[in-house]
Design a protein around this ligand. Structure first.
Ligand code: KG4
Ligand code: ZN
Length: 334
């Protein structure tokens, strides 16, 4: 496997991505084609359109990734693919493409979990020390994952309703931003001078779970209250209040988990890891607690195939291959 070439495919949501990674670490190419412009006019991802777009784009992105990596398709030693979780029709496109390639090239196929990918994106930028705590925050997921050793995942906390990114996108819509609104809310919150006080949902004192639907409703209620009084809602103060509540809770719980489980490292991952306020607060808390923090660059935080290659590499090392009857799984445990 040493120095072997892994080609990875990711199509779980609205990004078609193909990467070529050497030795599990060296990213030779990581091509991402986003469908955001297509979905924006619907205010969110439309599953059927996503699948069709993946079909249209797959071979083009595949060729581009191989060309950019400056390798030949025949040089590929293994093929990895996101098996789940995600939109079933979207996943199927990647799975069929990966199986066809593995069969044609006569190389092993490695089915991979999407969240393992988000977490192991960190292995592309540094060495992971165990035990490690990962804070996974994306449009579809909000989880605190304990990794006692390499490849061994234990979810200690998860959202009971909306994912963080989903809450950002819903609040953004109320603040009249286009989809996906997370980055807009982040920017507005950074620029704000005032802050509307909003609730923090800590749940049971010992729980690592999350809930964001109450916070989202609180933002909507504030907007309605202002309008009823004939006032213009202060969007930037609301964005800041929302962002502060989210950051307090997610970083507070993640750091408590790191302490409880004696983590030697914290990892931040998923699309919302691009949030500047979140990065800064977590970095400060980790420094205070003496726990080193790994955060991938933005391109490796949002959905991409290099992270799938990184997670698949663990399985490759152990010879954990998938058979050609691998099935895409909309819901899949880590
Ligand atoms: O990981 P990702 O690319 O896709 C999923 O697997 O879900 O995450 C996308 C999510 C979207 O909800 C988007 O609004 C959010 O990440 N996001 C942000 C920021 N950048 C992206 N949320 C808050 N602040 C940001 N700077
Ligand atoms: Zn994702």
């Amino acid at each position: 496997r040493n120095g072997g070439l892994l080609l990875a495919i990711e199509t779980s949501c609205d990004e078609t991505s193909v990467a070529v990674v050497r030795g599990g670490r060296e990213v030779l190419s990581n091509v991402v084609s986003s469908q955001i412009d297509t979905h924006r006019k619907f205010g969110g991802v439309v599953p059927e359109i996503a699948s069709r777009k993946h079909v249209e784009t797959m071979t083009i992105i595949l060729e581009e990734a191989v060309r950019e990596a400056d390798v030949r398709l025949e040089d590929i030693d293994a093929v990895a693919v996101t098996q789940g979780p995600g939109l079933i029709g979207a996943l199927l496109v990647g799975v069929v493409a990966a199986k066809s390639l593995a069969l044609a090239l006569d190389v092993p196929l490695i089915g991979t979990h999407h969240i393992a990918g988000h977490i192991y994106a960190n292995s592309l930028i540094g060495d992971i020390l165990y035990p490690s705590v990962a804070l996974v925050v994306s449009g579809g997921h909000t989880e605190i994952v304990l990794l006692e050793e390499e490849g061994k995942f234990r979810i200690v906390g998860r959202t009971r309703d909306d994912a963080v990114g989903e809450a950002y996108d819903k609040v953004a819509r109320a603040l009249q931003f286009p989809y996906p609104g997370g980055p807009h809310v982040d920017k507005l919150a950074q620029e704000a001078t005032e802050e509307v006080a909003l609730p923090r949902s800590w749940l049971e004192p010992d729980s690592y779970d999350f809930s964001f639907s109450g916070l989202k409703s609180a933002v909507l209620a504030e907007i309605n209250r202002s309008r009823m009084k004939g006032e213009t809602p202060d969007f930037s103060a609301l964005a800041r209040g929302f962002q502060q509540s989210v950051i307090d809770v997610v970083t507070g719980k993640a750091i408590r988990a790191a302490k409880e489980f004696g983590a030697r490292q914290m990892m931040l991952c998923g699309g919302v890891a691009a949030n500047r306020g979140l990065r800064e607060r977590l970095a400060a808390l980790c420094e205070e607690a003496g726990v080193p923090l790994l955060v991938p660059p933005n391109k490796l935080c949002t959905d991409n195939a290099a992270m799938i290659a990184a997670a698949a590499d663990l399985k490759w090392r152990r010879g954990q291959f998938s058979s050609l009857d691998l099935k895409a799984e909309a819901v899949m445990s880590l």
